[in-house]
Design a protein around this ligand. Structure first.
Ligand SMILES: [Zn+2]
Ligand SMILES: [Zn+2]
Length: 66
């Protein structure tokens, strides 16, 4: 069983070993730092692979829409 961490940015839980960054989920580390994102597969509102819950923030949306 993977360790579960809380993302500093979107506050979603994520599997620690699925993200390059210690304190960011794959989604946020991809948006903020350009790391490879998880190919999310949602089931029951969570990604089966990285456990991200689909959270976002205004800040992230702003970056994404650039
Ligand atoms: Zn995040
Ligand atoms: Zn994922």
């Amino acid at each position: 069983m993977s360790d579960i961490k809380i993302c500093d940015e979107c506050k979603s839980e994520f599997y620690k070993d699925k993200s390059v960054m210690e304190n960011l989920c794959p989604e946020c580390s991809s948006i903020l730092y350009g790391y490879e994102n998880c190919k999310h597969e949602f089931d029951n509102l969570r990604c089966l692979k990285c456990y991200w819950n689909g959270n976002s923030t205004n800040y992230l949306n702003k970056i994404k829409n650039k």
